[in-house]
Write a protein that binds this ligand. Structure first.
Ligand code: PA5
Length: 460
């Protein structure tokens, strides 16, 4: 089960001033129904194809099962939506120190920081390594530059490219598909109409997951079950839609510009990063669908409970009323240990642990923070998974995708494009001297000048 607890959004718990009325779902039923129908009408078509992905047979991925078994290292090379999904699955479903305890290790090259790339080269033995190059556009600078290094390194070592590279990209667009054709590299395709951040249930997320030994069928079944629930449940009772509505209301009626994602499980940090990107890129938009300038969006921030209670909580409790909080928790711990304080019982700071467990403590901390926020009139809701496994995670991922796309209908914006990201990509191409970007480079030189720099000299 995945449950959504909206109690601490209501006036009864957080007060009249910032609390929602318990009949908020009915009050906003018209806009919700319209949004729901829009999403359902889009189902199956471009660009809503992500909704159908759990139903695909994914034989293209599964056929790799035995073949991948021969490699000791699997390196995901991608960025943004082309890496965060695989990272979320890895972080959630594998041991925190997986690479120390497993013979099949997983690495991520998801940045152009040279150290990130070279550090991986330092620790993998190329002969036993497969690099999964993932880029939908087939041209992103970070991914393509890393690819060129890997390509040449494999060549220098005299290793057959087709045995050490698997390409995941668009069927037509970009250079990577051309390179894959020319060098006979095994290739997986990202279906048309599925953007990077909606691609976790394509080879983008599933091939790395297969290498990690994650149960793909359970992951997809979780997603299908959420979809079936979504289709059967009236929008005013559907927690996926209600969470989107709550977010929308707190943003537009109460000025909550920050969406604090408080993950009370270290293994959910990756999911938080994935969700952060999904939310920010999908809902942070300059124009609405009628071309009005709206410059809308709330800023998601991933936090780690209980650790960040000792870092940010002071600001959250006493600072400005600009945040909506969502807590992510797992009810049944995958691991737990009871405290036995033994002879240390005479110390008050320890005696109360006796007979309780580590899970009891983090659960109490979560409850304590929820109470402190509510008592101070700060709105929050909680999303709980019964347990952290492929089935529940697949369900939650699918639910968050639906929630995000449904949110976009409330704002009347396009959740599938990312012109801001594209702008950044073009600027990088221009600075790096890519063919066809001279005009962009000139525009940049004309507009942005280094006119206000002050330097503090260092002694070394
Ligand atoms: O969600 C998105 O569309 C983006 O975050 C992309 O995934 C990211 O920019 C990487 O793009 P590409 O897969 O084309 O390399």
């Amino acid at each position: 089960m995945i449950s959504f607890d909206f109690s601490n959004l209501l006036q009864a718990n957080i007060g009249e001033k910032f609390g929602l009325s318990p009949n908020f779902p009915d009050m906003w039923n018209e806009i919700s129904r319209k949004g729901y129908l829009k999403v359902e009408k889009g189902r199956g078509g471009y660009p809503y194809h992500f909704m159908e992905l759990p139903y695909d047979d994914h034989e293209d991925v599964k056929k790799w099962g035995d073949l991948l078994g021969k490699y000791k290292n699997f390196v995901v090379v991608g960025i943004g939506g082309s890496a965060l999904g695989a990272y979320a699955l890895f972080n959630a479903l594998k041991h925190q120190y997986h690479n120390l305890i497993s013979d099949q290790k997983v690495f991520f090259i998801d940045n152009s920081d040279p150290a990130t790339i070279l550090n991986v080269f330092d620790v993998v033995d190329l002969k036993n390594t497969v690099f999964n190059i993932i880029t939908k556009s087939g041209s992103t600078a970070e991914t393509m530059s890393a690819f060129s290094m890997i390509f040449n390194l494999l060549n220098e070592e005299g290793l057959p490219l087709h045995e050490h590279l698997i390409v995941t990209t668009d069927r037509e667009k970009g250079d990577l598909i051309k390179i894959a054709g020319e060098y006979h590299l095994p290739t997986m395709f990202i279906p048309e109409g599925v953007g990077g951040r909606y691609s976790i249930f394509t080879p983008v997320g599933l091939l790395p997951a297969l290498f990690m030994g994650i149960d793909l069928d359970a992951l997809l079944e979780g997603a299908k079950d959420i979809d079936s629930y979504w289709r059967r449940t009236p929008v005013e009772e559907n927690p996926v839609a209600l969470s989107a509505l709550a977010n929308y209301l707190y943003h537009t009626q109460y000025g909550r510009n920050i969406f604090a994602l408080m993950c009370y499980k270290d293994a959910l940090k990756g999911l938080g990063l994935w969700y952060q990107q999904l939310w920010a890129e999908s809902l942070g938009k300059k124009y609405d669908l009628d071309s009005n300038t709206v410059e809308t969006g709330t800023t998601p921030v991933v936090l780690r409970g209980a650790t960040d209670q000792h870092s940010l909580l002071q600001l959250f409790i006493e600072g400005p009323n600009d945040k909506l909080f969502v807590f992510f928790e797992v009810k049944k711990p995958d691991r737990d240990r009871s405290f036995h304080v033994g002879e240390l019982e005479k110390f008050k700071s320890l005696s109360y642990f006796e007979g309780k467990s580590s899970h009891d403590l983090i659960t109490a901390e979560l409850a304590g923070v929820k109470y402190a926020l509510a008592f101070n009139g700060k709105p929050s809701y909680t999303i709980s998974m019964d347990s952290l496994d492929a089935y529940h995670l697949g369900g939650l991922i699918y639910a968050l995708q639906l929630q995000t796309v449904f949110s976009s209908t409330l704002y009347n914006i396009n959740p599938f494009d990312q012109p801001g990201v594209e702008e950044g990509k073009k600027a990088t191409y221009a600075i790096m001297g890519r063919d066809g970007y001279d005009e962009k480079r000139k525009e940049m030189e004309d507009n942005i000048k280094e006119v206000f720099i002050r330097e503090i000299p260092s002694k070394k």
